[in-house]
Design a protein around this ligand. Structure first.
Ligand code: NAD
Ligand code: WQD
Length: 369
């Protein structure tokens, strides 16, 4: 099905051509922030999204936040598993590059429903790559994840560490990375950048767009946010006996605004005449923060006391992981600038203005239909 809201058209109902980026999954958390920055940089952006884990309201808010440039934003409700619908989108305009965010990302759900995850994330991506190739669009930025480092043998993680992963979601990231490397070997015209995000958090400083997961959040920050606004009673801290400074797990949290500028840097690199092949970059800050440090920072930002319950380690979790940022700094000329306090401030700004996310309270806890 194709959806083409009036406010996202150029008035004539057809797309006119200038440097145009296709953003899959652009209604989601990272995609919406990146789309806004792309518009700010003067790109035309076509967002496609199944709205499986997002709502169209995020795209509308991005268009509003972009002001004049909002006219350069187009939205189609398309599921990547529907190759015919993808064909229609590609036949309407010529894309200069694709940023591929679309995918399901809940680790526990992927363990319970592996085939659903493999179909969505693998078949969806293969459809996209095939249609791109047919239409001569061979520039891609792919949302990979620090999950491909599995239980890392050393930290900080450099991009050349051995890759492994512990769950079906992680395997979809690892397999797509391998497919991308094979694709470039078979056809060196492809330019592919694999961005391995660490732990994305925060929100746009306006508080108008942010993360709004469907159902019970899997990740620390959205759960913490829902406790702070009173949607959940307490935060469960998974594991207090890790060999870290306070016994809780250490992660590399990165502000979504920094991630978005990382994508702009990657797109710019795709357009350089240099041979870049298929290459991976970490997007992280290089700094590790414990769960209790995040809770303390969030309490400072929100002025709310977060009730905690201490529990055993969550299966599959590693003790400590954070990025080496050297390769991205050197080759993308990109470096994260936001601090943990900035991340918590912006997360709370989004949460306090949108305690039920983009949705009506009756729908906010809904499961996937
Ligand atoms: P998100 O769920 O907010 O956004 C993903 C979007 O993809 C959603 O809007 C969803 O509706 C859409 N989508 C899913 N399957 C689709 C399909 N078959 N066709 C079209 N659209 C589809 O998640 P996010 O946090 O913005 O993550 C974006 C990407 O980054 C994902 O690929 C995710 O795996 C990856 N990633 C996320 C994190 C994280 O912690 N947020 C970390 C590392 C990597
Ligand atoms: C962070 C820390 C938890 C929730 C996951 C995916 C990974 C990537 C990023 C997509 C850990 C602790 C969490 C809670 C807690 N996503 N925690 N209570 O596990 O580093 O990575 O998201 O690619 O693939 O696995 O992130 O936010 O779930 O956990 O104590 O309710 O917070 O144990 O130490 P994680 P997270």
């Amino acid at each position: 099905m194709i959806h083409f809201p009036q406010e996202c058209t150029n008035g004539s109902g057809s797309l006119c051509h200038q440097q145009t980026i296709l953003v899959t999954g652009g209604a989601g958390f990272i995609g919406s922030h990146t789309t806004l920055q792309l518009l700010g940089e003067g790109y035309k952006v076509v967002v496609i999204d199944s709205l499986d884990n997002s709502v169209e309201e995020s795209v509308k808010r991005v268009a509003d936040l972009a002001g004049e440039n909002g006219h350069n934003l187009y939205f189609f409700r398309v599921d990547l598993r529907d190759k015919d619908a993808l064909e229609v989108v590609f036949s309407m305009t010529k894309f200069d590059a694709v940023i591929h965010f679309a995918g399901l990302k809940a680790v526990a759900e992927s363990v319970a429903k592996p085939l659903f995850y493999y179909r969505n994330n693998m078949i969806g991506t293969i459809n996209l790559l095939e249609v791109m190739a047919e239409h001569g669009c061979k520039k891609l930025v792919f949302s990979s994840s620090a999950t491909v480092y599995g239980q890392p043998s050393s930290v900080p993680c450099t991009e050349d560490l051995p890759l492994s992963t512990t769950n079906p979601y992680g395997r979809t990231k690892l397999f797509v990375e391998e497919i991308a490397r094979d694709l470039h070997i078979a056809d060196p015209e492809w330019k592919i950048i694999l961005l391995r995000y660490f732990n994305p958090v925060g929100a746009h400083p306006s508080g108008l767009i942010g993360e709004d997961p469907r159902g019970v959040p899997n990740n620390l920050m959205p759960f913490l946010q829902q406790v702070a606004v009173g949607r959940r009673k307490e935060l469960t801290v998974f594991g207090t006996d890790y060999p870290t400074k306070d016994g809780t797990g250490v992660r590399d949290y990165i502000h979504v605004m920094d991630l978005a500028t990382g994508h702009i840097a990657a797109v710019r690199k795709l357009f350089t005449p240099k041979e870049i092949g298929c290459t991976a970059y970490n997007l992280g800050t290089g700094k590790g923060t414990t769960v209790l440090e995040i809770v303390a920072a969030f309490e400072r930002a929100s002025g709310k006391k977060i009730p905690l319950r201490y529990a055993d380690r969550r299966p599959g979790d590693c003790s400590e992981i954070y990025a080496s940022t050297e390769k991205a700094e050197r080759e993308l000329q990109w470096k994260a600038v936001y601090t943990i306090d900035d991340m918590c401030r912006d997360q709370w700004n989004w949460a306090s203005k949108n305690p039920w996310g983009y949705r009506h309270p009756d729908l906010a806890n809904g499961n996937r239909t």
